[in-house]
Write a protein of this length. Structure first.
Length: 128
């Protein structure tokens, strides 16, 4: 019986707070009707030394991320070393993902310095 009383009270309060003319459907305000949920993102956390011995696994991980329609958030703060294979894979990811790729965190300063000295920082980080 208590449940019925609560339900009746909620229904009465709803009718009093938001009265609708008889026979008219409730209109959804534009702010709710135009709502588009934020895009989903695939988080790509890379860590350690990215060398040729890890190239096949890294390639598979990047291809799986690219197969989604989601944004790609690239985290590089835990990368300790990059070889040319990893640079090629990351450059290919940047080219294939286009606007979907977001650099969430940069690699450590010493890696950025090494990439810059080799002229590769623009290749990897341009537009991110």
């Amino acid at each position: 019986m208590t449940h019925e009383l609560v339900s009746a009270a909620v229904e009465a309060a709803s009718e009093e707070s938001f009265p609708l003319p008889a026979g008219e459907a409730e209109e959804i305000p534009a702010s709710r009707a135009d709502f588009v949920p934020p895009p989903q993102a695939v988080e790509i956390h890379l860590h350690g030394a990215l060398e040729i011995s890890r190239a096949a696994g890294l390639k598979a991980e990047l291809l799986a991320a690219l197969a989604t329609p989601d944004l790609l958030h690239l985290h590089l703060e835990a990368v300790t070393d990059l070889d040319v294979t990893a640079v090629q894979l990351l450059a290919a990811l940047r080219q294939a993902a286009g606007e979907r790729l977001r650099l969430v965190s940069r690699p450590p300063a010493e890696l950025l310095a090494a990439l810059s000295a080799a002229g590769l920082d623009g290749l990897l980080l341009q537009g991110l």
